[in-house]
Design a protein around this ligand. Structure first.
Ligand SMILES: [Fe+2]
Length: 388
């Protein structure tokens, strides 16, 4: 294993009925918050009413900032930061899925600075402070509830960049699996693909292959993901399956699966970000398109790692690494299809694939993340394999 430091300061408040605790728990931290959310879903599932009631009961003032969209835009985050400054809030309370949480972190940073918020995403500047962030998660997928990361799209350039700061870890995140019972199966499918990719990016490409404690942990997370997803598809009201799925999503991207692995990249996220930025599809759908194609193009380079996945997660009984890797990829595609996720651009209804532009934007994403694992030609190959 490589040397590592690991610190995750986020408190997780997990379980049915825990959202009503928000006001009481916020009290020591903030007198006035910016309450951020997406569109109408939190009003339909009762979360909004529970939150507002709890804030009022505990004397916490709030200003609302809504309309955060999937694949959130930089310009909208800037509006939120302006409002947070104007209203003099102490903190941001984000209620929603990964997009709401990500944009809310950007708002919390932007509220503390006069510079262009994008400078943090492009790596031109590094934030040294932020408003405190608190979250109530309603769509498990991105892991944003227990990390300092965020992804935004700059709609002027179509760059979809992510970055992480130690200042934007949520102080606490409330995870109530009962609010996910109303999430449509199509959301669960996209989330499952995203979680799968979070858990496997470093597993495939990590520098250190002797950190087997992490390998076994990743494989456990993946098995739990597959088991809980399949149970939700069979019975969307299965609260235990929803709870396991929710915590699996958090574990996949809270940094614990990256301890001791050394240098790693996120090649599938690098290729996917421009796809969801340009075609405005769900991030998970974009990853379902990319991952099987990436595994095909990089089969030789990461063969032994793909064979591990095949044997230890999909139960492939095959001694030869090449054959095991192929069977593992086939098992993955089969599972994605069971979920209803598109495994090609064509299946997603995208027929005007601009390989040149997508690969060029992906190079920009990779540059912003600093780990160059692929050439532009290799990215083009992945995109070409993914067309049909
Ligand atoms: Fe992701």
């Amino acid at each position: 294993m490589k040397n590592f430091n690991y610190k995750n300061p986020t408190e997780i408040i997990f379980g049915e009925g825990r959202i009503k605790e928000v006001g009481e728990r916020l009290k020591p931290h903030a007198k006035k918050v910016l309450l951020t959310y997406g569109r109408e879903s939190i009003k339909k599932n009762g979360v909004y009413d529970t939150v507002v009631e709890s804030l009022r009961a505990n004397g916490i003032e709030f200003v609302e900032f809504s309309g955060i969209r999937p694949n959130p835009y930089l310009s909208h985050a800037k509006l939120g930061a302006d409002l947070a400054r104007k209203e003099g809030v102490d903190a941001v309370l984000a209620v929603g899925g990964g997009s709401v949480l990500d944009e809310s972190k950007a708002i919390a940073l932007g509220a503390c600075y006069d510079c262009d918020l994008w400078d943090f995403f492009s790596g031109k500047a590094s934030p040294q402070k932020s408003l405190k962030v608190f979250t109530i998660l309603t769509v498990p997928a991105t892991g944003s509830e227990m990390n300092g990361g965020m992804v935004l799209t700059n709609e002027d350039t179509l760059d979809k960049f992510g970055f992480a700061s130690p200042f934007t870890y949520p102080v606490f995140s409330i995870l109530d699996p009962s609010v996910t019972l109303s999430l449509p199966v199509s959301y669960v499918a996209c989330a499952a693909v995203d979680i799968f990719t979070h858990a496997t990016e470093a597993y495939f490409v990590k520098e250190d292959t002797a950190s087997f404690v992490i390998d076994r942990a990743v494989e456990g997370v993946l098995k739990s993901l597959i088991e809980s997803t399949d149970k939700i598809l069979q019975n969307p009201q299965d609260i235990d399956a929803r709870a396991n799925f929710m915590w699996t999503a958090t574990l996949a991207w809270n940094g614990s699966l990256h301890c001791g692995v050394g240098i790693y990249g996120v090649p599938n996220h690098v290729i996917e970000h421009p796809i969801s930025a340009i075609y405005d599809i769900a991030h998970g759908a974009g990853l379902a398109i990319v991952l099987p194609a990436w595994m095909k193009v990089f089969e030789e380079k990461y063969r032994s790692r793909f064979a591990f996945l095949a044997r230890n997660v999909f139960g492939v009984d095959e001694i030869d690494d090449h054959k095991a890797a192929q069977k593992g990829r086939e098992s993955l595609i089969k599972w994605f299809k069971t979920l209803g996720a598109p495994v090609s651009f064509a299946e997603a209804g995208i027929f005007d694939v601009d390989v040149e532009k997508l690969s060029s934007l992906a190079m920009g994403v990779m540059g912003s993340k600093g780990v160059a694992l692929m050439t532009q030609d290799e990215i083009k190959k992945v995109l070409e394999v993914a067309i049909k």
